[in-house]
Ligand binder design. Structure first.
Ligand SMILES: [Fe+2]
Length: 318
């Protein structure tokens, strides 16, 4: 098995730029995942985010998690549980409108740090989208424009902890799925592993690496690239020892953005007509909510079936 792709972003400014772009291209085409080091987010900020997230978990989340486990009798599970994840989470929305001030139990300093962190994540996401455009032969800004919709992209952060689990073979930290949205930027624990992706029918570990950001591509990028890039199935295996921190930020299209294969990529792929549907992102998300842990192909099929019955003006690409 080849090594999990690690991309040194500092080298994008030097003479190795072509090799790094090629590495990103190969990762997008064959892995759907890669890991960034020497990216633009200051390591001091990452250290603060990690410290505060771990403090917040033990102060405000751990007790609730224990109560959930007890109420569902998870500790004494005897067979595989398919309707629950061994995770403790809360969700912050940054764009189009922030909800950080409404989330209970966060102290002011933590809110402030997460706001700054979101700003850095947004910059990095947009930089990455342009690198993808370059590799795909799309004009600079194309993906950002498609994601824009009327009110700009949606940006949110799912803050998760995966506490030690006595039965990781019976209860997954997070069941296998592909991500629905655009591009996902994950700041994960540098000691407690658990994230795995499915490659060529085998589960591959995404290795913890201090101060790195793991990138993966969501279903929308698969549609826009007409399948040139794929969203890849992944899961989290809870560990019997150690609490895994996972801070995943989702840079997604705006709710009314119209998503469809980029015409330039469909034309290039002459033998392949658009293999993917055209739809409004919000409609895809409504479908995804109930089908997250199922295969993505039936979701694309369902959107295709809706396509013929809906009149879609290209409102969201201006
Ligand atoms: Fe995911």
């Amino acid at each position: 098995m080849e090594n999990f792709p690690v991309v040194d972003m500092e080298k994008l400014n030097g003479e190795e730029r072509n090799a790094i772009m090629e590495k990103i291209k190969d990762a997008c085409e064959n892995w759907g995942f890669f890991e960034l080091v020497n990216h633009s987010i200051p390591v001091e900020m990452l250290d603060t985010v990690e410290r505060m997230t771990k403090e917040h978990y033990s102060k405000c989340m751990e007790q609730k998690f224990r109560e959930m486990v007890a109420s569902k009798g998870l500790e004494s599970a005897q067979s595989e549980m398919n309707d629950v994840d061994w995770e403790s989470t809360f969700f912050l929305r940054h764009r189009p409108v922030s909800n950080i001030s409404e989330i209970p139990d966060l102290d002011d300093e933590y809110r402030k740090v997460m706001k700054e962190f979101a700003g850095e994540i947004e910059k990095l996401a947009e930089q990455l989208l342009d690198l993808l455009c370059e590799n795909l032969g799309l004009e600079k800004g194309y993906l950002k424009k498609v994601f824009h919709g009327t009110h700009g992209p949606t940006l949110g952060t799912k803050v998760s902890n995966y506490p030690p689990c006595p039965k990781p073979d019976l209860i997954k930290g997070l069941r296998a799925h592909t991500d629905a949205g655009g591009i996902i930027l994950l700041f994960q624990d540098d000691e407690v592993s658990g994230l795995q992706l499915l490659k060529d029918g085998q589960w591959v570990d995404v290795p913890p690496l201090k101060h790195s950001i793991v990138i993966n591509l969501g279903d929308q990028l698969e549609v826009i690239t007409n399948g040139k890039y794929k969203s890849v199935v992944h899961r989290v295996i809870a560990q019997t020892d150690g609490n895994r921190m996972s801070i995943a930020s989702f840079y997604n299209p705006g709710s009314d953005a119209v998503i469809y294969p980029a015409p330039a990529l469909v034309e290039k792929d002459k033998e392949k007509c658009p293999a993917y549907p055209k739809f409004v992102f919000e409609d895809y998300m409504k479908l995804y909510v109930g089908l997250k842990f199922q295969e993505k192909e039936p979701r694309f099929e369902a959107m295709k079936a809706m396509e013929s019955s809906v009149n879609m003006d290209p409102i969201a690409t201006a």
